[in-house]
Write a protein that binds this ligand. Sequence first.
Ligand SMILES: C[S@@+](CC[C@H](N)C(=O)[O-])C[C@H]1O[C@@H](n2cnc3c(N)ncnc32)[C@H](O)[C@@H]1O
Length: 419
Amino acid sequence: MNDTATRARQSAIYLLDQILGEHRLMSECLAAGALDKLAAEDRARAQRLALDTLRGLERADRMLNKHLQKKPPLPVLNALRLGVVELAGGEAAHGVVNSMVEITARSRRHGRLKGLVNAVLRKVAVDTSKHWELLRVPRLPKWLRTPLAQAWGANAVAGMERAHFAGAPLDLTLKPGATAAEGNMLPTGSVRIDGPVQVTALPGYEAGDWWVQDAAAALPARVLAAQPGEAVLDLCAAPGGKTLQLAAQGAVVTALDLSESRMRRVRENLDRTGLSAELVVGDALEHQGSYDAILLDAPCSATGTIRRHPDLPHAKDGSEFGELIELQARMLAHAHTLLKPGGRLVYCTCSLLPDEGEVQIEEVLEQFPDLSADRAALDLPGVKPGWITQEGGLRLRPDYWAERGGMDGFYIACLRKVG
Ligand SMILES: C[S@@+](CC[C@H](N)C(=O)[O-])C[C@H]1O[C@@H](n2cnc3c(N)ncnc32)[C@H](O)[C@@H]1O
């Protein structure tokens, strides 16, 4: 198969099979080399196709259901889903149909279903975009929709689903003094670039003038506001977006992460941007020391990042979240022991679940009477008063800034230890 579009499509279908059939995250598939044999351009295309299909999965299934008497095997269903999504996106019908038929025909197990693929996609191809637009915005699965609706209400969840379906623009954090040749400045100071771009081709990439970081993800380090020369510990640092911000603020940064491979990315990012930090590969729960400030960006459900990772609701079912919540509480308690009197601890998670944000902070404030929530630290440009929570944290949601293209879901709190 030498047609490059078909190769990318076949790889996208493989990713969908893994995510929807084996419940693996896209990042796990990529780390395992799922796309390593493809050229860079085909790799990017395969990923984009798989992500678009996951975002539109519910609509694709609704359109296909009308033409399928029973569900075909998953790889064939995924070829059909991808076909529908591409047709809805305006791709020429003959190219899409031929490609999906060819991919199916080459399958030893499912080749006999190529006629079905051909017939169904030809039927769908009549007026796809018109029917597509009439379907409802795809919903989150129940295991996530229910707790989110309880926490934030049905309207908010509908807004989040619109944001997830729309996907995310590209946000950059600028090094102090650097300017961006493209994009718009957001109220919180990040630069937003709409439309598809090749990151490495943007001006300033080689020079390390900026790094890619969602506008919401850029706020925890702004809340921490390290002073030049302060000893700052970044407890769960990789791939290093927040480490770069702390280093750029002039702090003496120790960046720690459990994952050696992810830590290599912190090193690459520091090298590209000419910033420095001491890197430690290790377990946050065992680290010792004494710091003026600590940033704890704890491992979490990552439910705030579904705009960019639409695989997550399909690959996960919430069953691992209890362990993560326990780990976050243990990390918070350990971070408390590493903090100098008068020091500040910024806790954050890219989660939409209060159990990983508001509730953790309520509990830690009860557990440690020498900690208090520093509300003044949240008073930053672009932060709306309505985003501040009862216990003194900052709740960010993907349905915020809808008119600007949304933001990741995040929870951030700054705790100060009595001096
Ligand atoms: C949310 S990510 C951090 C993102 C990072 N702060 C940034 O801005 O790029 C969470 C990180 O926690 C790390 N991690 C998980 N368990 C850990 C542990 N016990 N000790 C240290 N790091 C851990 C993971 O390897 C992962 O890189």
